[in-house]
Design a binder for this molecule. Structure first.
Ligand SMILES: [Zn+2]
Length: 320
């Protein structure tokens, strides 16, 4: 299955089932969604980010303060609006999925009671876990990137070490980044398979509930991309839903009851909290294998007590 196909499957699922999966839970971050984009002043990204950024088309560095970021080699121009920088590849027709998402996350849908519940749940449980792992395993200073960020709601408790840590969010969907949590210093609209950073410029990477939506060949491609942009000694922290997760099982039971009164054969009307998570982590050994075959040394595989068994946390390091 190609990358496009995998992504498309996720989007189709989300259209039918509502905004409940993975990162999209982060969309429920309060009432500010989609209200901050219009007329927000551009501001120059932090210096550490400017130095690391790369043109997604040719890979060269970028220059230009504030609203006029451009590639110093091919001349591609990157818009910025508020904290959001648009580093999607120039000249590429927008994927239909992006358009669908923008429509999907209408202001109305941001306020449903179930989304507020999930938002609270994520803040209470997952934000603490993310803060723990980032604080303990990623560098105490430098550029840290949440790759596949959604609104970065689960990153809100990360200790920024008095500003020595610069936090950057990356997501494919621009509209989501516009309601990104203020803990993030900059939000970059870009592709996780082609991160807009130069080789060896990033101090740490993390994400929550991202990897399981891809096939293993895609996961390998993403891991190699992480390896490329990390500095020697840099680490990746992946909070990855496990097959035997207890919360997952509880959700499955709730789904069963919600679906009792729905037609069994009409897939479009069946309710699910998550899309098919095609690559949930099966074991610690699998986590290690994913790290090792993509150039990482295993630092730790955490079996998930901190996340109420929802996630295993896979931590790898790019050595010298
Ligand atoms: Zn370029």
């Amino acid at each position: 299955m190609g990358v496009e196909q995998g992504v498309r499957r996720m989007f189709e699922w989300a259209k039918q089932n509502g905004p409940f999966f993975g990162n999209s839970l982060k969309f429920a971050a309060g009432g500010s969604a989609f209200s901050t984009s219009a007329g927000a002043p551009a501001f120059p990204p932090p210096e550490a980010v400017l130095r690391a950024l790369a043109c997604p088309t040719c890979g060269h560095g970028v220059s230009g303060p504030g609203a006029s970021l451009h590639c110093m080699k091919c001349g591609a121009y990157f818009e910025s609006r508020g904290r959001v920088l648009d580093f999607r590849r120039a000249g590429i027709v927008r994927k239909q999925e992006e358009l669908d998402w923008s429509e999907h996350w209408s202001a109305e849908k941001q306020h449903s009671a179930s989304q507020k519940f999930f938002s609270l749940y994520r803040k209470a449980i997952f934000a603490r876990a993310v803060a723990y792992f980032v604080d303990h395993y990623l560098a105490a200073e430098g550029l840290l990137v949440e790759a596949g960020s959604g609104t970065s709601e689960t990153s809100m408790l990360i200790d920024k070490q008095g500003g020595r840590r610069i936090l950057a969010a990356i997501d494919l969907i621009q509209a989501v980044l516009e309601s990104c949590h203020p803990v993030m210093d900059v939000c970059i609209c870009g592709d996780i398979f082609r991160l807009p950073f130069q080789d060896g410029t990033v101090d740490g990477i993390w994400n929550v509930g991202v990897m399981e939506h891809f096939t293993h060949p895609q996961i390998d491609a993403i891991m190699r991309e992480f390896h490329r942009v990390l500095k020697p000694g840099g680490r990746a922290v992946l909070l990855w839903p496990a097959v035997f997760s207890i919360p997952q099982r509880i959700l499955r039971v709730i789904e069963f009851f919600i679906n009792l009164r729905r037609p069994r054969d009409d897939k479009n009307r069946r309710f699910r909290f998550h899309p098919d998570e095609i690559s949930q982590l099966r074991s610690a050994a699998q986590g290690r294998a994913v790290l090792n075959r993509n150039g990482f040394r295993t630092v730790k595989i955490d079996l998930g007590l901190r996340t109420g068994m929802a996630f295993e946390t896979v931590i790898g390091q790019k050595d010298g």
